[in-house]
Design a protein around this ligand. Structure first.
Ligand code: HEC
Ligand code: HEC
Ligand code: HEC
Length: 427
């Protein structure tokens, strides 16, 4: 093929790929990536990197909603204070345009930034360390093509003593295990792909794995559920009681693709993860993720005793349920597939920690609308209709009906979620 034709095709291909990604203005893609991307090898790498950046959900922390892609500035709440996502556009002064590839890979996989400074694990390098060098370089190649934005970000807004970066040395020594993902030869290629995504780029454990007091993963309970940012990320092992034991691979794929399946619906920070990240992943990758999750045994198969049907909270809760909830969720708790989630048999409903449930009742929820599932039915807010004791009673009822059993929810638990929510509104 004559060289000028090849160049033209390459340019059109890059431009349309980047336009599809919705992340850069088409005109810029044409002028800016010219130097590097005309080599067809290169735009395959860039498109791969774009996909991987979506799978890693880099935008969730590095893009302010509605703001310029990857320009930083989004606050991330940690139990120790606020850390702000950095500017990772190719701007040379305030972004990472002047960084070498080696430095980029070391930030992503080792948590070591400019001048060897230690990053805070609010940047999920403890998971990204599993990413292969080839994938890391593809992400870099893609980031090189986004619009450079001048935006100086001060990431470290932690209070003393956590503002001392050097302390991360101790943290890293305790909790950070550096090293690329090692496939398990005894397992299928699909399982290994799932493990790579869940343990690495997808950083699912950042939310779903319980933490130690210093915020490191408690690996003895990997993926068994953790409360953060006012939500509870439930157990996603194959545990029958609290986890995904009752969900098929297809149920998990549907949830990650659309935010819904026949029994569940995603809200809050998981809804955001789905709309920014997993809904854009291929069915093959989602199936791999589900295959891996279904193979995680979990270990809390014991079932707590159900609260007795004659308990006053159950009696009051049952009456409130019939009046306020059954129209949508059904007297049998089964809801309507893909419209109103089933509360019967829902691992989320019988979670060890009811934080998300209280929150959904208080705030109401509108589930995620994705390309695959564009309508998003709503759950009304009951914060002003039901008092703390009533919310506690109706949740105790749904957690202990239709074959479920779980600890009663107390009015004090509801009160503290209410207080935390008011606190975050006033901030
Ligand atoms: C859960 C939030 C979160 C996600 C997801 C995330 N980051 Fe970060 N990232 C941060 C935070 C916070 C910082 C600043 C950390 C610090 O200064 O200690 C950071 C820092 C960085 C830095 C260092 C920049 C600098 O100027 O020091 C790079 C590079 C980076 N992230 C790349 C990525 C890439 C690529 C992805 C996706 C694969 C990603 N991040 C996903 C939160 C996140
Ligand atoms: C930013 C935090 C966060 C990240 C990252 C995250 N999750 Fe979640 N996830 C949650 C929360 C919170 C919920 C509960 C949502 C709700 O109550 O509707 C949830 C719910 C789920 C559920 C439904 C469980 C149920 O019983 O209803 C599945 C499955 C799931 N996540 C899988 C994943 C996978 C796989 C990944 C990684 C690719 C992941 N999550 C990454 C926070 C997160
Ligand atoms: C108008 C219809 C409607 C009514 C009335 C309603 N809900 Fe819901 N509910 C929904 C929808 C829709 C969702 C899913 C929201 C989402 O995906 O974010 C939901 C979600 C939930 C969830 C979260 C389920 C999960 O797996 O994460 C719980 C718990 C819940 N509702 C309990 C109740 C209770 C208790 C009442 C009565 C006090 C009630 N709902 C009344 C429509 C309703």
């Amino acid at each position: 093929m004559p060289e000028d034709v090849a160049r033209r095709i390459a340019r059109i291909a890059v431009t349309s790929l980047l336009a599809v990604s919705g992340l850069v203005a088409v005109g810029r893609a044409q002028t800016d990536v010219q130097g590097t991307s005309l080599d067809p090898q290169n735009f395959v790498q860039i498109e791969r990197g774009r996909y991987l950046a979506v799978a890693g959900d880099c935008a969730s922390c590095h893009t302010v909603p509605g703001g310029p892609p990857f320009a930083g500035g989004r606050s991330i709440e940690t139990p120790f204070g606020v850390v702000v996502g950095a500017n990772i556009t190719p701007d040379r002064e305030t972004g990472i345009g002047a960084w070498s590839d080696e430095l980029f890979v070391s930030a992503l996989r080792e948590g070591k930034g400019h001048g060897g400074s230690l990053l805070y694990p609010a940047m999920p390098y403890p998971y990204y360390t599993k990413v292969t060098e080839r994938d890391a370089l593809a992400i870099r190649a893609f980031l090189n093509t986004v619009q450079p934005v001048r935006n100086r970000v001060v990431s470290n807004q932690l209070p003393f003593p956590f503002d001392v970066r050097e302390e991360m040395k101790v943290w890293n020594a305790l909790y950070f295990k550096s090293g690329e993902f090692k496939p398990d030869a005894a397992k299928s290629a699909e399982w290994n792909r799932g493990a790579y995504l869940v343990e690495g780029l997808g950083h699912c454990g950042a939310c779903h794995t319980p933490k130690t007091t210093l915020g490191g993963d408690d690996l003895k309970q990997a993926f068994e559920g953790y409360a953060l940012q006012g939500w509870f990320a439930p157990n996603i092992t194959n545990d029958n009681e609290r986890g995904l034991g009752g969900w098929s691979v297809a149920d998990i794929v549907s949830y990650l693709k659309t935010g819904h399946n026949a029994v569940g619906a995603a809200t809050g920070i998981m809804a955001e993860e789905i709309s920014l990240s997993s809904s854009h992943m291929t069915d093959a990758d989602l199936t791999a993720i589900a295959t891996y999750l279904k193979d995680l045994p979990g270990q809390t198969n014991s079932r707590p005793e159900a609260v007795s049907a004659s308990d006053p909270a159950m009696v009051a809760g049952g009456a409130i349920y019939a009046d306020e909830c059954s129209a949508c969720h059904g007297m049998d708790g089964k809801g309507i597939p893909f419209l109103f989630p089933s509360l019967a048999g829902s691992p989320n409903v019988r979670s060890t920690d009811p934080t998300s449930l209280v929150r959904v009742l208080m705030e109401g929820a509108r589930s995620v609308a994705t390309a695959g599932e564009p309508t998003s039915p709503g759950m009304p807010s009951f914060a002003w209709k039901l008092n703390d004791a009533e919310i506690a009673a109706v949740l105790t009822y749904v957690r202990n009906s239709w074959g479920s059993s779980a600890a009663a929810v107390t009015a004090d638990q509801v009160k503290s979620v209410r207080a935390a929510m008011l606190g975050s509104v006033n901030r």
